[in-house]
Design a protein around this ligand. Structure first.
Ligand code: GDP
Length: 394
């Protein structure tokens, strides 16, 4: 699938940078001319893989390249004002080759949190291709203002896009490690999961044809219809000495029984990998029952993939979600050392973390309002109460 990738804000830019690295490592051609947009000059300078010409600094007149300091209303206002600068960068993308747009942003900050929904709205107005979001939720310990920003941005981002794929930093925080220290590893996890979904169906530099291909329309149809998505992932290292490549080479055709056993083995392995992906840690933990549409992709060396395994995996996902709209396919990666499964659940509704985020955001809003209303009074008390004899200078 060909994706026009746009990172908004610091987290957005860093994740896009990581996606470009993923693309290079896999040798695929997925991301058309990735773009990073920011109000902070230093954040753009810190990127390694996004081409310099594709780094767009906005809001110079208002914040002079210093960022918006977690003020997402300012982030949104600047994005609206300078949308033409982002559009100029987009004009360089061969949009006719693109299957979809993907806007990546951390929703707790200012630039990405405010700007990503504004850009989504703009793209929806201009282009016919679907516009998806990849929204990162802040960890719970980042504090009230980040939570409030995220709750407001999330709501708007979902409204303005065709779907928001969510990654919750809170669920992925490493114990005993500061969030900043763990971002590199977390960004790696983000890219591994979402990258595999977008990579499926791309065969550039990979002449292996999948048994049951996942093409871009299947990914788009799974996401289309709006709402929120989460992704599960599991992988295991292939053991080529055991029932794999080595035992196949040089064997006679009379070994049909062994072949059947091997096929059954492969099928079981795939099914259990799909199960592990869905029941393990999701990018946004949630209850999968009621997920409206799903897509599973199993990737790895072709001899470790089979159609039956994918079909069994699909049936299992149907039972788990209670929805019959489950798509699936394989993704042959001949030299891979692992077999991996990524499962996308779209239209999920039972998400405790979102409810918790909204609750904390309401409390933060009330607290801010109260402090604001008391602020003048408090300052007046500090300056004047019991100090009536002191006259101001002028
Ligand atoms: P902005 O530059 O104003 O858009 O704000 P940031 O992107 O710096 O931060 C927004 C939120 O994104 C933070 O509250 C964090 O939750 C998260 N964040 C920041 N950097 C990263 C990163 O590299 N990876 C991930 N996963 N999250 C990040």
């Amino acid at each position: 699938m060909k994706v026009a990738l746009i990172g908004f804000g610091q987290a957005g830019g860093k994740i896009v940078d990581e996606f470009v690295d993923y693309e290079r490592r896999t040798g695929l051609d997925i991301f058309s001319s990735p773009i990073a947009v920011n109000t902070a000059k230093t954040d753009l300078r810190g990127l390694e893989n996004v081409p310099v010409d594709n780094r767009v600094l906005i809001g110079q007149a208002r914040v002079k390249g210093h960022g918006v300091g977690a003020d997402n209303e300012l982030g949104a206002a600047i994005a609206e004002q300078d949308i033409d600068e982002v559009q100029s960068a987009l004009d360089e993308i061969p949009v006719h080759e693109v299957d979809a747009f993907l806007i990546v942003a951390g929703l707790g900050g200012g630039t990405g949190s405010g700007g990503a929904p504004v850009l989504a709205k703009h793209l929806k107005r201009i282009y016919t291709e679907p516009v998806f979001g990849l929204g990162v939720l802040p960890a719970a310990d980042e504090g009230g203002i980040y939570t409030l920003n995220a709750a407001r941005s999330f709501q708007t981002f979902v409204r303005e896009t065709d779907n928001v794929l969510v990654f919750d930093n809170d669920a992925w925080r490493q114990t005993g490690e500061s969030m900043a220290g763990g971002y590199d590893q977390i960004n790696g996890e983000i890219v591994r999961r979402f990258g595999m979904l977008f990579a499926a169906g791309e065969t550039v530099g990979n002449d292996q044809v999948a048994e049951s291909v996942v093409d871009s329309s299947e990914i788009i149809n799974t996401l289309a219809g709006g709402g929120v998505s989460t992704v599960g992932y599991a992988s295991e290292t292939v053991d080529r000495s055991d029932g794999g490549l080595l035992s196949r080479v040089g064997r006679g055709s009379e070994d049909a029984v062994v072949d059947d056993m091997e096929e059954a083995n492969t099928t079981n392995r795939i099914t259990s990998l799909v199960r592990k992906a869905a029941l393990g840690r999701l990018t946004l933990p949630c209850d999968l029952s009621g997920a409206e549409r799903s897509l599973l992709v199993v990737g790895g060396p072709p001899e470790f993939l089979n159609r039956k395994g994918i079909e069994r995996g699909r049936s299992w996902v149907e039972e788990e979600t209670g929805s019959m709209e489950v798509r699936g396919g394989d993704y042959p990666i001949p030299d891979s050392e692992t077999v991996a499964s990524a499962v996308l659940f779209s239209g999920v509704h039972k998400v405790p973390r979102i409810k918790e985020l909204q609750q904390v955001a309401i409390e933060a809003r009330e607290n801010l309002d109260q402090l604001q209303s008391e602020s003048e009074d408090n300052l007046d008390k500090l300056l004047n109460e019991g100090a009536e004899e002191i006259a101001p200078l002028y």
